[in-house]
Ligand binder design. Structure first.
Ligand code: GDP
Ligand code: MG
Length: 370
């Protein structure tokens, strides 16, 4: 009988493996990403994902490609997408900057590095890693609440002189809830007060057993300030990505997720999207949330104009009619009529929600600020 690993099926559906594992668990079959399931279970899972997200009656006016499975032969390896989380001041920004800075020094980035909410670095073996440049568990959990699970790996930063703090624990809980594998970066190892072993022991209280203590969660000692052992961290990410066997079909109409957006004075609405599958090209017609548009230009994380972007590549898109929200799905469609139809439908759903929302009273205004 035909079997398939959970991760392979996830690759073919362009879903996250962890989400399939959770669905399988709910269906009464606890399995891990690398275990195989039979064809019946795989089919059940595909329909499960297809029907969960969109009711059948909406399929004419909206897009649902969640049950659209790519053929095994069409899959190509893709870079992992990494989010850095941790307590405030433990060094998330410094680490992101140090990793990007190392890439700049090695001559990879040509001149201006512009902030588009994500960047890619190349490893010595030419493979790439995508970092989401919007650290913090808020962005992570908000995207997740909107059904946009783009992160494959979480790097949890813990300052070696400070140990586990409330936001570290929150980050651990979010990561566990999302079923995303974690790598521990024990930072500020340059400080005389650094006590990395204490960090490892504190993690035990949260059922995280790092490799140094005989577990299977990778732990890496780094100093973002002195740029110590950044390649050790990148190696750990590379290893974790290999275990996940991340793949996507680059040869199809593109599906992406909005990770950041803004209104630029000169250029108008801009969105940084992360491609999930397919290849996004200049000239493509798309729907982004309740907006439609046509790609007029694509800019990469080094500020260069590019013609296309493949899986796990972040690009800034010019050609939107309005600013979409982070977490919005960004989907290429056949033509502008279709794009307008879908956008109009989604706008009507939003309008309906807005008019039925509870009126704002003084009381709940203050409550929501708290
Ligand atoms: P974030 O709030 O997690 O983004 O933390 P930041 O990256 O802003 O860092 C907070 C402070 O810690 C800054 O003053 C950094 O210079 C300092 N810092 C970050 N990494 C290191 C490190 O590896 N060693 C030392 N000594 N200081 C660091
Ligand atoms: Mg920061």
């Amino acid at each position: 009988p035909e079997t398939i690993t959970v991760q392979e099926l996830a690759n073919r559906m362009a879903e996250r493996g962890a989400d399939l594992v959770k669905a399988l668990f709910k269906m009464g079959s606890p399995v891990t990403l690398t275990q195989t399931i039979d064809q019946d279970t795989a089919e059940l899972l595909v329909t499960e994902f297809g029907h969960n997200i969109k009711r059948v009656s909406e399929s004419d006016v909206d897009i649902d490609t969640s049950a659209d499975v790519d053929a095994a032969e069409s899959l190509q390896p893709r870079p992992p997408v990494v989010t850095i989380m941790g307590h405030v001041d433990h060094g998330k920004t410094s680490l992101l900057d140090a990793i990007r800075g190392a890439a700049v020094v090695s001559g990879e980035a040509g001149g201006i590095t512009q902030h588009i909410g994500a960047y890619q670095v190349s490893l010595p073996d030419k493979s790439k890693v995508t970092f989401l440049d919007t650290p913090g568990h808020e962005a992570f959990s908000e995207m997740r609440a909107r059904g946009a699970n783009v992160t494959d790996i979480v790097v949890l930063v813990v300052a070696a002189d400070d140990g586990l703090k409330p936001q570290t624990v929150e980050a651990i809980n979010h990561t566990k809830a999302a079923g995303v594998p974690m790598i521990i970066a024990i930072n500020k190892i340059d400080k005389p007060e650094a006590r990395p072993q204490r960090v490892r022991e504190e993690l035990l209280q949260h059922e995280i057993v790092v490799e140094q203590l005989g577990g299977d969660v990778q732990d890496v000692e780094v100093s973002a300030l002195q740029k110590t052992n950044l390649d050790g961290l990148l190696n750990a990410i590379h290893l974790q990505a290999e275990i996940l066997e991340l793949k996507a079909n680059p040869d199809r109409a593109s599906e992406a997720t909005v990770i950041e957006s803004k209104l630029d004075k000169g250029r108008g609405p801009l969105a940084t999207v992360l491609v999930q599958r397919g290849t996004l090209r200049v000239g493509d017609v798309f729907v982004a949330g309740a907006q439609s548009g046509k790609v007029r230009a694509l800019t990469d994380d080094k500020g260069r104009q590019v013609k296309e972007a493949g899986p796990a590549m972040p690009v800034e898109v010019l050609g939107l009619s309005a600013v979409p929200s982070a977490g919005d799905p960004f989907t290429v469609v056949e033509n502008e009529a279709r794009a307008r139809e879908v956008a109009a439908y989604r706008q009507s759903v939003l309008d309906r929600k807005r008019t039925t929302a509870a009126p704002v009273s003084l009381e709940n205004m203050f409550a929501s600020k708290a």
